[in-house]
Design a protein around this ligand. Structure first.
Ligand code: SER
Length: 318
């Protein structure tokens, strides 16, 4: 029986992954932690503790006390926010990872999941159908920290036999918890604004194509990777995950199929340069071959679901 620690359970990924893990492993075996208060369903369905991943002694104490065997470390400062506080973002993103890698050496933790990102690629990377192995010269603090993190993860796997597993998530789209501070966040905000005001002012240009994935597909892929036989994993850095690829203009068109008078305007800010340095689409054939990555949602199916869920959520709040 696994005993799982989720670090960052209150964030965009954590708030959904924690519940999915509780379904697989049993509510009482999934220990949700964060420095922020989690959503009600996490508090009510199983254990929650305030825990700061930056504090190694507390982290080790926690893992030993609750006999933790697996860690999902989701703590990070995202791309846009990291550019505002470069040194701090580097410190947080790297320290959080190093503490959990060390934890895996010092405790009964055997397996560690840590998210990487399409941000590991940079302006010199082939932009379309970006291969798993290619030129990687990220020029954002977030991207540099993710690339360094991948290298450390692989290093700990080879040198210390830590079962490190990772996905290079594309932009993640969900209705439960908003991300905050990322470059791909426009693709979540646009749905909220469509419901609230029937219009959206986008911080990226209309033709900016980026890889994106609906959260349900991302959660499924994460659990699938963590459950895959170690022997099937040809990579111990991080797997490309492609999802779908679209531009703001295309999302607006998809929304107009439901709300014909939806309006969009464009006012690119500093995040445009970040988006321009990232791939437009991703080749994830290695993940498909190694452990069976697959995804169910496309722009149309995701758009209907996002609009419906957000409409219900916002009307329940009134
Ligand atoms: N969604 C992230 C961001 O925009 C990329 O991994 O920062």
């Amino acid at each position: 029986m696994e005993r799982i620690l989720v670090i960052g359970c209150s964030g965009q990924i954590g708030s959904e992954l924690t519940l999915a893990l509780r379904k697989v492993h049993g509510n009482e075996n999934v220990f949700a932690t964060d420095i922020k208060q989690p959503p009600k369903d996490i508090l009510e369905s199983g254990p929650f503790n305030t825990l700061d991943v930056m504090d190694y002694n507390n982290l080790l104490h926690f893992a030993v006390r609750f006999k933790i065997t697996q860690v999902y470390n989701l703590a990070a400062v995202l791309s846009g926010n990291a550019e505002k506080i470069p040194q701090q973002a580097w410190e947080i993103n790297m320290r959080a990872l190093m503490n959990t890698l060390e934890l895996a050496r010092d405790s009964d933790v055997k397996k560690l999941f840590w998210p990487s990102s399409i941000a590991v690629f940079g302006p010199t990377t082939p932009r379309y159908n970006t291969p798993q192995l290619t030129v990687m010269e990220p020029n954002t603090v977030y991207g540099i920290s993710k690339l360094a993190g991948e290298r450390w993860g692989e290093y700990y796997q080879k040198r210390y036999d830590v079962d490190f597993r990772s996905l290079r998530y594309p932009g993640l789209i969900s209705y439960k918890t908003e991300a905050g501070g990322g470059t791909t966040d426009y693709a979540v905000e646009i749905y909220y604004e469509a419901i609230r005001n029937n219009r959206y002012n986008c911080f990226l240009r209309e033709d900016t194509a980026l890889p994106m994935m609906f959260m349900d597909d991302a959660i499924k892929a994460t659990i699938q990777l963590m459950e895959a036989d170690a022997g099937k994993l040809s990579l111990r850095s991080s797997y490309n995950v492609g999802g779908m690829s679209f531009t703001p203009k295309e999302v607006a068109a998809a929304i107009r199929k439901h709300q014909p008078d939806f309006e969009i305007t464009y006012e690119p800010d500093f995040r445009q340069a970040i988006a321009d340095s990232w791939p437009a689409s991703i080749d994830d054939s290695v993940a498909r071959k190694d452990w069976g990555l697959s995804d169910a949602f496309n722009l149309e199916s995701m758009t209907s679901l996002m609009l419906n869920e957000i409409r219900t959520k916002l009307s329940n709040k009134k």
